[in-house]
Design a protein around this ligand. Structure first.
Ligand SMILES: [Fe+2]
Length: 161
């Protein structure tokens, strides 16, 4: 049964398409953050090991909420690694184990990229789809990405401003 919540069927479908791409981004970032949690080494090992763990738990919760929002809007939540990797705008690197500082730079860039991406999609969902519920929902997630990007910027200062 299609949801009758004041959004046209066409716009519901556009919203779920956008949410599916964001779900793929979150799942890719989840896996990458977990890989870095497993492989980080160096003088801030334990601190970063714990920080990455905190972040992948948050990202996993975010992915879960996005997937459930897709179903609330009448869509089906994608759930295969193949779909996640083909839809995501982020890149992952097999057989690469970056040094501590490069992990920080890579995650900072990914959180910044997602902040830009979320901002753009929020604007689109508000103007074109009039989907205020999804806009409100995604704004909280945008703030999490901005906060995580800020944490990494602070670690990297003054190397990266
Ligand atoms: Fe662990």
């Amino acid at each position: 049964m299609k949801p009758s919540i004041g959004i046209t069927e066409k716009n519901l479908s556009k919203s779920t398409t956008i949410l599916s791409q964001l779900l793929a981004d979150e799942m890719l970032l989840y896996v990458k953050t977990r890989k870095f949690h497993w492989n980080v080494s160096g003088n801030s090992f334990m601190e970063l090991h714990k920080l990455f763990q905190e972040q992948y738990i948050q990202i996993e919760e975010t992915a879960d909420l996005i997937a459930e929002r897709i179903t609330k809007l009448g869509g089906k939540a994608i759930g295969t690694l193949k779909e996640f990797s083909s839809l995501s705008s982020l890149k992952e690197s097999a057989n690469e184990y970056p040094a501590q500082e490069d992990m920080l730079k890579e995650l900072m860039t990914d959180h910044e990229k997602l902040s830009v991406h979320y901002r753009h999609q929020i604007d689109k969902l508000s103007k074109d789809q009039k989907d205020a519920g999804t806009v409100d929902f995604l704004t909280g997630i945008l703030e999490n990405h901005e906060s995580n990007a800020w944490i990494f910027r602070r670690y990297l200062a003054p190397a990266v401003q």
